[in-house]
Design a protein. Structure first.
Length: 749
């Protein structure tokens, strides 16, 4: 990997710039002019760079399935913008994303483990044939991708790439010469015109400087950056076409058509987005709705770009066909999105009635049930089909559409009986979607747009409202919804990974344990997660909490396809055990260690042989306090002293201060690691003074004080038990000396 050079993002930006320069030349610069040739040669950088990243993307993608779906979706989305810009230049041939998709599919088949060799040959041959027949670059992207993927190193790839490019140019030159004589192709090219294709070789220069780094995401890592090229590709065609319209004369008819083409493009984008969502019955219903709405828009675009009665009639039949499915889809959506089961006969009626409407539409000339008479109206701004008189089935169809929408409203409000405010938000979006559907027809009836329909102004909004209700409020089918609720309401965490440890599913509890990550992220990149899946440990500690983990294999037909990680929060259980242990080892009044626990802790410290000081602390005249002030007062004084000791335990974090209550008014301390008499004297003075000050805040100031006896060890060679007894005895003797010296003081032994 090169330390310096061009990263992935920079190379893609270079490819985009080259593409824009190339297409600008196609639209505005004479092809054979020096400027035109220079721009086209620079534009040849795009295809090799994109083929290179198809090979790289196959190696590094987290989800190959999602990658293929994305390529297929945007190759379909780009069809219309591509044709709008190039018109008849390339006939039925397709755009570059289509070519790259074929190359990606060939690579998947070549590397696939489920295909036998003969199957691979047949499938790849089929894709090569498709590329040859309708591909924009005719097989070359497939060859380039295979070279970049299977090449041993850059030198090997460069030699093979150059050879393939030269061979392609030579073959094309021969075909051009033959076509000039036999005229078997519609493309009347010359050899000189196609020599610019050798410019593909220049792409090896920036590719040589590729450093293997991902680089910064476009659009600042917003999540849209990885889709930038896919979105930019069809969008720049529309922009260049619009500029060309302005330059060459842009009419109102052009604007009318382009608005609806743009609406069709938006509908295709939304449909592609819906296809990427989690597969549920609700998602399938919305997909059905979006497909039908897109089909209707396509029929409408056909209608407004056709100028003879038969062509318009064909487009109108497509629109009615799509409308029938739109209203069936509305019924499905309202059922799944409100979790209300509709009677089966409703769907039977819709299907039968829709079939009858289509029959009447196809046979209106014979029975005049849909239309009485139809003519072409050339008086308006655009030639349009004008219905002289509608038939009875047309009015029945309008009533049917209204009935479906009213049924959706009724079902929606009915569903509110057992749902909360979230359901109201969902219903509001669905109602807005249905209202916007009717705006074009209402505007036509009142003459707002001179009797012309403007579905482009509303269908994208309708699609937006319906899809937002699916995504924003997490619509799922009833089974998936109940499963998700059950998983997320419990205290258990669940995470599913595939064989490559890519995260396929997880609930919110897992985020609380391992932090934030995304679906399809690698478990290896999430701190602690990969270890939990592979270490075999039954308990883990994260963020001070204790969890039990269990890993179960996922199998299908006897083959391991992944693992499930279950996570159970044991914090409360361990806290309960800890509280039991604590209550057994600590004094209930003061919270300090009882005698047995204190002896154990000090014994452990003595085993470390780091030296220390043993303190015996006693309350002066404590019997007099109990006799004159009562046992409640005695308890207050005992807790006051224990609080002073606890405060000192937390103050010095560098040394271990062990404290216990070994008798009624007797306290013991062991200060590990401190053997300096001056430091110990300062500590004893501090305890005495702090205790006096704390008593001032009670109702019993000055009624008692503390005396201390101190013994020391530099790391006795005696056994811990004997060392403890010796320290205890010496501290007790020192305490006796302090008491004899007048109390409220300390003494060493």
């Amino acid at each position: 990997m090169k330390k310096y050079g061009l990263d992935r993002t920079q190379l893609k930006i270079l490819a985009i710039i080259a593409m824009v320069v190339d297409h600008t030349a196609w639209g505005f610069v004479d092809f054979m002019s020096p400027l035109g040739q220079l721009m086209h040669i620079f534009g040849r950088l795009t295809l090799p760079i994109m083929c290179f990243f198809i090979a790289e993307g196959y190696r590094h993608t987290k989800s190959l399935q999602e990658y293929i779906y994305r390529m297929l979706a945007f190759s379909a989305i780009s069809i219309i913008p591509f044709y709008i810009f190039f018109h008849e230049e390339y006939g039925y041939r397709q755009n570059i994303i289509f070519d790259l998709t074929l190359a990606l599919l060939c690579l998947c088949i070549s590397e696939g483990k489920i295909f036998k060799k003969w199957m691979k040959i047949c499938l790849i041959a089929l894709l090569v044939l498709i590329s040859f027949v309708i591909g924009g670059w005719v097989v070359m992207p497939i060859i380039y991708v295979f070279i970049f993927y299977y090449g041993k190193d850059f030198k090997d790839k460069a030699i093979k790439f150059t050879g393939a490019t030269v061979l392609m140019s030579a073959v094309l030159s021969v075909m051009i010469v033959l076509n000039q004589q036999y005229h078997f192709s519609q493309y009347d090219w010359t050899v000189q015109e196609r020599l610019y294709l050798l410019g593909f070789v220049f792409a090896l220069i920036p590719l040589y400087f590729y450093n293997g780094e991902r680089g910064k995401d476009l659009l600042g890592g917003s999540g849209v950056g990885r889709y930038f090229f896919y979105i930019f590709y069809p969008s720049h065609f529309l922009l260049l076409a619009y500029i060309r319209h302005i330059v060459h004369g842009y009419t109102l008819q052009n604007a009318y058509i382009d608005i609806h083409v743009l609406a069709l493009l938006i509908a295709l984008i939304i449909l592609s987005y819906v296809l990427t969502l989690h597969t549920t019955r609700a998602q399938m219903a919305v997909t059905f709705f979006m497909t039908s709405a897109t089909m209707y828009l396509f029929g409408f675009v056909m209608e407004i770009t056709t100028y003879d009665i038969e062509g318009v009639y064909t487009a109108t039949k497509l629109q009615y066909f799509a409308e029938c499915f739109v209203f069936i889809a509305i019924t499905l959506c309202i059922q799944e999105l409100t979790h209300t089961r509709l009677p089966y006969p409703v769907y039977v009626f819709e299907f039968v009635f829709s079939t009858f409407v289509m029959y009447c539409m196809f046979t209106w000339r014979e029975n005049h049930l849909m239309y009485k008479d139809v003519i072409m109206d050339y008086d308006g701004p655009f030639p349009r089909m004008y219905v002289v008189e509608y038939g009875i089935v047309f009015y029945a169809f309008v009533l049917y559409c209204l009935a479906i929408c009213l049924m959706a409203v009724v079902v929606g409000f009915y569903s509110l009986r057992n749902h909360d405010n979230l359901q109201r938000k969902r219903l509001r979006l669905l109602l807005l979607g249905m209202i916007t559907m009717w705006i074009p027809y209402i505007s036509k009836m009142v003459g707002l747009f001179d009797k012309y329909e403007i579905p482009a102004l509303t269908i994208p909004f309708t699609a937006y409202f319906v899809v937002r209700s699916l995504k924003k409020y997490s619509y799922l089918d009833s089974v998936a919804l109940d499963f998700s609720n059950a998983i997320n309401r419990g205290n258990e965490g669940i995470l599913v990974v595939d064989r490559n440890f890519s995260i396929m599913y997880h609930n919110e509890v897992v985020h609380q344990v391992f932090g934030q990550f995304m679906r399809f992220d690698s478990a290896r990149n999430v701190p602690g997660l990969y270890e939990a899946l592979t270490s075999g440990e039954s308990t883990i500690t994260r963020n001070g909490l204790t969890y039990e983990t269990r890993v179960e294999p996922l199998t299908e037909q006897g083959h391991n396809i992944g693992s499930i990680l279950w996570i159970f929060d044991l914090t409360e259980h361990f806290e309960y055990l800890s509280s039991i242990e604590k209550s057994a080892n600590t004094d209930s009044l003061t919270g300090l260690l009882i005698r047995k626990a204190f002896e154990k802790k000090v014994g452990e410290a003595l085993e470390r042989k780091e030296g220390g000081a043993f303190f015996m602390v006693d309350l002066d005249n404590f019997k007099h306090v109990n006799d004159n002030h009562g046992h409640d007062a005695g308890d207050i004084i005992l807790t006051t002293l224990s609080n002073v000791i606890k405060q000192e335990q937390t103050r010095d974090m560098n040394h271990n201060l062990i404290a216990g209550r070994v008798g009624g008014d007797e306290f013991t301390l062991y200060y590990e690691g401190i053997t300096d008499k001056r430091a110990l004297s300062n500590f004893a003075h501090l305890l005495i003074d702090n205790f006096d000050n704390k008593l001032l805040a009670t109702d019993y100031p000055g009624v008692t004080s503390i005396s201390l006896g101190i013994s020391m060890t530099g790391g006795s060679e005696l056994a811990p038990a004997k060392a403890y007894n010796q320290l205890y005895k010496e501290a007790d003797e020192a305490l006796y000396i302090a008491k004899g010296a007048g109390k409220k003081t300390f003494a060493f032994r």
